[in-house]
Write a protein that binds this ligand. Structure first.
Ligand SMILES: Nc1ncnc2c1ncn2[C@@H]1O[C@H](COP(=O)(O)OP(=O)(O)OP(=O)(O)O)[C@@H](O)[C@H]1O
Ligand SMILES: [Mg+2]
Length: 727
């Protein structure tokens, strides 16, 4: 054997023993104890942190490994020191140590292999096999072991069949784990190389031992140190897996923190104690309008911060705030909110800068708008009062309220809203309604209020409710309408007067018409008849009538037509039929005459065929018919008209419908539509209603309804008769 190889073997033996040198044997157990303890520490730590099942099993395996090494160490130490003899302890420990080695190596390989391969079911069986092999073999071999030793004191324990069983089982299990793990592929990549190295080392230890039995003593001296070293160095491989994992996790975390740092919309930076920026994030671009590199090495003073004052303040408090203006290179004014934190006095400074420009602008705008509304409230011409819905106490009042109620604003603020009301019950109801029905605004056309001097006035009220911090507040606006009410009253009076005047004029006109009609009929008609008779007798007395016959007959014809005209004129002015034969006959006469005159086809229906009405009623109805038909002839371009007069239980109905162009809404409403106004006034005077409706191109309908009660009031036997007969 070359001396170099010999040297290597010597070194391995100094770690792994195997040559029967007691000091070396002690090291052989102390070194793995240390490694197992390290693995125990790491895995237990990981388990406490992440609660992964894997780490717990590895911790158990490491603990078992550690116990085995310490157990062996104490035996070797005691034998080397001569406290006990090798013979006395030898029969006791081999089954214990071998079952512990088998258990710890199966547990470790199980936990790591399962973790990195995800073939869950398979590894479960692997674990069962490992645990049952180590316990089973222990139970079977322990009793026979002592006997074997006493029978063959000259043999090494490796020659015992029980020992062989341990080695073969261990080698098979580890080889299996090694093949599966080394050949396993998954998307993320293959299991860590350190795991394959670790299992290989454990496997080789067991595997070489099987050969060891058949080798000459001198080769065992070579093999044993190698084997023991294999076992010792397998444990750091597993620790290495942890270490690698930890390193990866740490760098991932660092990357995450870096990303969070860069993503922050605030400027985050670190400055040295003199206030020179060392690190800054991307937000520098948005907030300062500068690149990160540009601000590095620059003093915070350049960005508007008075560091000295801040640091002075920092001595008393740990963090400090400051708001400063800053102008970007583009000239935009910004407002910055600084927060500082110092490591320790005189240490590095951490800075967080928020751009509060938007917020500041918003605040300013809000303040301006608040000011505007304040002014609007203060100088509004209506009285505006603000009160709490629950307590009803006034919280604010404007100038107009002081004027209107005669109290000062201070006095008002000490009062309840109900004290201002002359109808407090109604006011209370209004407030309740506002809240219950969740109304935002309520308008009350008239409500009475009381002034400081006791006088009562009427006000028009608008009241709204809103919520501030869970409390309902009401805002009420009151307009004094005393003057308006007076004006309205005056207007109503003058309207009534005008209406009376119109009716009076109508009556006078009717009387006038009747008188003229009578005069024309009586005087002019009779005179003309007399002239006609005279001329006729004159004609009889002539010698040569033939010569004068033509002109005289012509004159007679003229007199006849004049007589007709006189008759019609007097009828139109005051239809005597109306007085003598009633409304139906008068309408019939008028419609016939109208049809002849205008050529418009008329249909007239009256039901019942004779209706007796008070004189005023029938005259009004007749005048309405006259106006309506005149309108049809003048404006409608109609070819047909339908007139209906019906007496019903609920009243007297008169409808006039044409098939003309149709009256427009504006024409009905127009203040200068005097004809239509006349119709409305006449019917209104009788307590009836008028409905006028026009459809473009289809015609116009005028519908009149007179309530019967008013007609009955006038003495009219006929109507009563109809009503009692129920038709
Ligand atoms: N039957 C109808 N068909 C179509 N348009 C009509 C009809 N009746 C009235 N109008 C329209 O309504 C307007 C108002 O009618 P109203 O009778 O009040 O006034 P008027 O006939 O013009 O004048 P007057 O004062 O002499 O009656 C008319 O000018 C006309 O344009
Ligand atoms: Mg008219």
């Amino acid at each position: 054997m070359s001396s170099a190889l010999q040297n290597i073997l010597d070194i391995l033996a100094s770690f792994g023993g195997g040559r029967g040198v007691p000091e070396q044997e002690i090291v052989r157990f102390l070194l793995p104890s240390f490694f197992w303890a390290l693995l125990l520490y790491t895995s237990a730590n990981q388990w406490l942190k992440f609660r992964l099942g894997r780490d717990r099993i590895i911790a158990i395996a490491a603990l078992i490994g550690l116990v085995r090494e310490l157990f062996m160490f104490s035996i070797s130490f005691s034998v080397a020191k001569g406290y006990v003899s090798h013979e006395s302890v030898h029969p006791l420990f081999p089954p214990v140590e071998h079952s512990l080695i088998l258990l710890s190596s199966t547990l470790v390989s199980y936990a790591f292999c399962k973790h990195f391969t995800e073939i869950k079911g398979l590894w479960r069986y692997y674990l069962y096999a490992g645990v049952s092999a180590s316990t089973g073999l222990y139970l079977v071999t322990a009793p026979t072991w002592a006997r074997f030793i006493s029978l063959h004191p000259e043999l090494k324990f490796g020659a015992f069949w029980g020992d062989m069983l341990y080695r073969i089982t261990g080698a098979v299990l580890l080889l299996f784990a090694l093949i599966v793990t080394a050949t396993y592929r998954r998307q993320k990549g293959k299991p860590p190389t350190l795991l394959i190295i670790g299992i290989t080392l454990l496997f080789l230890d067991e595997f070489l031992m099987i050969f060891n039995l058949y080798l000459k003593e001198e080769y065992k001296e070579v093999f044993n140190p190698i084997r023991h070293n294999l076992h010792i160095w397998a444990v750091p491989s597993f620790i290495g897996i942890y270490w690698n994992e930890l390193r990866r996790k740490l760098s991932a975390k660092e990357e995450q923190i870096q990303k969070i740092f860069e993503l922050n919309p605030n400027v985050l930076c670190l400055a040295n104690p003199e206030g020179k920026v060392m690190i800054a994030n991307r937000a520098v671009r948005d907030v300062f309008g500068l690149k990160e590199d540009f601000i590095r090495g620059k003093s915070l003073k350049e960005f508007g911060l008075n560091l000295k004052d801040m640091l002075e303040g920092l001595k008393n408090q740990r963090t400090l705030y400051s708001i400063t203006p800053y102008r970007t290179p583009e000239g935009q004014l910004k407002w910055l909110y600084w927060r500082l934190l110092q490591d320790a006095e005189g240490g590095n400074i951490y800075i967080n800068i928020t751009d509060i420009t938007e917020k500041k602008l918003l605040e300013e705008r809000l303040a301006a708008s608040e000011q505007q509304y304040r002014l609007l409230f203060r100088y509004a011409s209506d009285a505006i009062l603000l009160f709490d819905e629950a307590s009803e106490s006034i919280e604010d009042a404007n100038y107009a309220s002081e004027m209107l109620f005669g109290y000062t604003a201070e006095e008002l603020k000490a009062m309840s809203i109900l004290e201002l009301s002359a109808e407090p019950e109604k006011t209370k109801e209004t407030i309740t309604r506002l809240r219950k029905e969740r109304l935002r605004l309520l308008s009350i056309p008239k409500r009475l209020f009381r002034r400081k001097d006791g006088s009562v006035f009427a006000g028009e009220v608008s009241i709204g409710i809103y919520t501030v911090k869970n409390r309902h507040k009401c805002i009420v606006s009151i307009r004094d309408i005393t003057r308006r009410l007076k004006q309205e009253e005056r207007l109503k009076q003058s309207e009534q007067k005008l209406r009376k005047l119109t009716l009076h004029l109508q009556k006078v006109r009717e009387e006038e018409r009747a008188r003229i009609a009578r005069e024309i009929h009586d005087e002019l008609g009779q005179l003309l008849t007399a002239v006609k008779i005279e001329i006729s007798s004159l004609l009889n007395r002539l010698d040569n009538p033939q010569a004068l016959l033509r002109p005289i007959n012509k004159t007679l014809g003229l007199i006849n037509s004049t007589l007709n005209t006189v008759k019609r004129l007097s009828m139109e002015l005051r239809p005597s039929v109306l007085d003598h034969l009633g409304i139906v006959a008068a309408m019939e006469w008028y419609i016939e005459e109208y049809e002849e005159r205008t050529g418009i086809i008329c249909h007239f229906r009256a039901s019942p065929s004779s209706i007796e009405l008070p004189q005023q009623v029938s005259l009004s109805l007749f005048r309405v018919l006259q106006e309506a038909l005149t309108n049809v002839a003048r404006h409608s371009k109609a070819t047909e008209v339908e007139v209906n007069l019906t007496l019903k239980q609920r009243g007297l109905l008169m409808g006039i419908r044409d098939n003309g162009i149709g009256i427009r809404r504006e024409e009905i409403e127009a203040p200068d539509s005097f004809g239509i106004l006349g119709i409305k006034e006449r019917i209104r005077e009788l307590g009836g209603t008028v409905m006028i409706e026009g459809k473009s191109g289809k015609g116009t309908l005028i519908m009149i309804e007179l309530p019967l009660q008013d007609i009955i009031k006038e003495d009219s036997g006929k109507v009563k008769e109809i009503l009692s007969s129920g038709s």
